[in-house]
Design a binder for this molecule. Structure first.
Ligand code: HEC
Ligand code: HEC
Ligand code: HEC
Ligand code: HEC
Length: 223
């Protein structure tokens, strides 16, 4: 049982405050300097102390309508298709230009088009699908230890177990000029000028919110 007035409400309240305005609120701890996957843009954003669960685990709760079906939104996004993209003619052409035979089998491409690239198998659940593209945990952190409901509804506890709060740095590990798809003029900035990546605008394209007023305690048992 979760006591009344616990950090659940606080969590939603804080979240409300954080979404006011468009400034990037950097709440997440700085990305760690050392990990097995250090320097690999598409890999884990947390040290590999937590295991990757796989999007099928997140799906069990996050495909429900009351919570906002984040899974469905993700599945329709290009992130979910990012590994398949590496089999297209365009990918093969760019691969050839980079000296890559098969983009789906080469670190030069896979590191940003998949999840947990470079993370050893023992830190990845057995059913984790390495071909499932840029999954939940590429942005939210390896989830085996935070995916329990009683953890998920308490933001501080979840962060202590590996949940990564969002900020631009999470994205620019992959959205940067190392990508052959990089277009420095992709985004028009509100104040004039162009940028290859703009966090506020890019997030709007992938947004998958929890509906206002959602009550996790009314939505099934807390395990
Ligand atoms: C057992 C059910 C369950 C599973 C499994 C689960 N979640 Fe959650 N998740 C929740 C609930 C409930 C919330 C709280 C929603 C709220 O009140 O806003 C939540 C919240 C979140 C949040 C928002 C946290 C915050 O404080 O901003 C993220 C991000 C998230 N989940 C990602 C994931 C990922 C990634 C996975 C898979 C590794 C996952 N969840 C698996 C139930 C679950
Ligand atoms: C692990 C690497 C990775 C991370 C982290 C990542 N992305 Fe992406 N993103 C990609 C790849 C690869 C594609 C292209 C997928 C395709 O076309 O198959 C993409 C595509 C997109 C697109 C659609 C293309 C477009 O420009 O309209 C948006 C929007 C986007 N990402 C936003 C974000 C945001 C916002 C974040 C951070 C919260 C983020 N991404 C984090 C790799 C990543
Ligand atoms: C540094 C990370 C990174 C690396 C490395 C990377 N990509 Fe990507 N790729 C991205 C991102 C991010 C996008 C989405 C671009 C956007 O919309 O902003 C993308 C998009 C693409 C697309 C879709 C572009 C379109 O216009 O439809 C193809 C194809 C692609 N990449 C192929 C490759 C190939 C082939 C390699 C290896 C030679 C590679 N990528 C390496 C991050 C990367
Ligand atoms: C490309 C990066 C990326 C991927 C992949 C991704 N998310 Fe998110 N997620 C974000 C960002 C960024 C936010 C915060 C958006 C904002 O500021 O409004 C977020 C917010 C959330 C929230 C909290 C929403 C709220 O209103 O409080 C939940 C829950 C969540 N994501 C679950 C998931 C699940 C489950 C998956 C996989 C099925 C997933 N996310 C995939 C980047 C991502």
């Amino acid at each position: 049982m979760i006591p009344e007035g616990s950090s659940i409400r606080l969590g939603r309240a804080i979240r409300g405050l954080l979404t006011i305005g468009s400034s990037v609120v950097v709440l997440a701890p700085a990305l760690p300097a050392t990990s097995a996957a250090d320097g690999i843009p598409g890999a884990s954003s947390v040290p590999v102390v937590h295991k990757f669960a796989g999007n099928h685990k997140c799906k069990t709760c996050h495909e429900k309508e009351p919570i906002g079906n984040q899974y469905g939104v993700w599945l329709d996004s290009t992130h979910a298709k990012a590994f398949g993209t590496l089999a297209t003619d365009k990918a093969k052409k760019w691969g050839a230009e980079a000296g890559v035979d098969d983009p789906q089998a080469d670190e030069k491409c896979v590191k940003c088009h998949s999840t947990a690239y470079g993370v050893p198998d023992k830190m990845v659940s057995r059913k984790f699908d390495r071909t499932a593209g840029v999954q939940c945990e590429a942005c939210h952190g390896a989830g085996k230890d935070f995916r329990k409901k009683k953890v998920m509804i308490d933001r501080d506890l979840a962060v202590s177990k590996g949940l990564v709060l969002q900020n631009a740095e999470v994205c620019t590990r992959c959205h940067n000029d190392e990508s052959p798809a990089w277009d420095p003029g992709r985004y028009s900035l509100p104040g004039g000028g162009k940028a290859g990546f703009d966090y506020d605008q890019a997030v709007k394209k992938i947004v998958h919110p929890v509906p206002e007023g959602y009550d996790p305690l009314a939505d099934g048992e807390v395990d």
